[in-house]
Ligand binder design. Sequence first.
Ligand SMILES: Cc1cc2nc3c(=O)[nH]c(=O)nc-3n(C[C@H](O)[C@H](O)[C@H](O)COP(=O)(O)OP(=O)(O)OC[C@H]3O[C@@H](n4cnc5c(N)ncnc54)[C@H](O)[C@@H]3O)c2cc1C
Length: 424
Amino acid sequence: MYTTTVIIGAGHSGLSMSRRLTERSIEHVVLERGEVANSWRKERWDSLRLLTPNWHSHLPGMRYPGNDLDGFMGMPELVEFIDSYAAAIDAPVHTQTTVTRVAVSSSGFQVTTDRGEWDCTALVIASGAANIADVPSVSSAVPNSIEMFTPLTYRSPDRLGKGGVLVVGASATGIQLADEIHRSGRPVTIAVGEHVRLPRTYRGRDIFWWMDAAGVLDERHDEVDDLVRARHVPSPQLIGTPEHRSLDLNLLAQLGVKVVGRLGSVKDGVAQFSGGLANTCRLADLKMNRLLNRFDDWVVDENIDVVEPPHRFEPTSVPSAPTVEIDLRRDGIGTIVWATGYRPDYSWLDVPVVDRKGRIRHHGGIVRDAPGMYVLGETLLRTRRSSYIAGADQDTCELANHLYEHLDGHEAGSRDPGAHHGMS
Ligand SMILES: Cc1cc2nc3c(=O)[nH]c(=O)nc-3n(C[C@H](O)[C@H](O)[C@H](O)COP(=O)(O)OP(=O)(O)OC[C@H]3O[C@@H](n4cnc5c(N)ncnc54)[C@H](O)[C@@H]3O)c2cc1C
């Protein structure tokens, strides 16, 4: 079968691109291995709510439809939002269709699925940036008696076995899971590496209001100093709750969670943690304060009406001699949760555009080594907003324009252009 463009993935990114292509009368299909919004249906824990406020989650042509603009969607509500978007834009989604191979072909790309083959001139990869839990190799040294989970397999505390829990990683996922598991009555230890500390609210406004209004989320991929590093910055320590509460290491420690440094190794059942916890936390505090300074300067420069005066949060309090070793069995650790990040799965991509770390080489979503190929949904793809649902709006607009021009060029070079795509 031939279609002008194949989009892989019916998450919010793939659907937003579908809407952009429909606007430009570009014939396309969206191939989805599960259902619409599959990742949010199948790969998230039960209690998860977005950490971005509802007003922030908009898609091309659709705003959050509910009344709770300042609230945070849970998974059922988010799935309904994305489902209703797919219906509203009449996206040509083929569900239960898994892409197993993509190769270069004479027309552009050949897409093989478990339900047939497609040829296309342009390809949009919107298969998600969090398909695989990025578990460090040290996990292989963990004693067999300890049960291990990742954020993709963890659902709720009541499914964990007996004993204490070690959560490795203190970004959004790690601190949320440490909090939830601790509240279920289990002793929790959290191993903390590099992290981004942010308060939920500052001077009476949600932190996303600040980042949005002060232009932080508009910083472009070609403007940041060290793009590779910026794309690997962990997700911020935030949680979305009806109470709009902050969640950081101080709060976890006050609740009774044991805070230790980065997990370095496991040998003979003994986990060793970095002694540099104080430095790691100091750096995170410094960066948070730098960002708050930027907001305060912006308020003054732009004469913005913010009632509450500037203030600073308590520095992260770290034990003077943090624990650097835990004998996992002797200390009763029954479970480890690896909250150590995610990575995409491009194992089906048979085009040499993937780097050694398994990431597609692209320039703002344009895969220059394979003209006509685009990628969506990655961290800082085009702007800092790209890391969030809201980023798809602008990203897909800009990339759809590029794709349109690519098709135009392709059409000019082909003998029978009308046969290749449905642009009128
Ligand atoms: C735990 C977590 C919490 C997050 N919280 C927030 C938040 O609060 N706010 C926010 O704005 N963003 C948040 N994000 C970030 C971001 O919005 C998500 O990563 C988002 O899911 C990306 O959307 P997407 O459409 O690009 O990918 P996905 O939603 O992952 O969609 C990709 C789709 O592609 C399909 N697919 C994959 N491989 C194939 C294949 N081979 N063949 C066919 N189909 C395939 C999948 O089934 C899936 O439906 C969070 C991410 C995670 C992991």
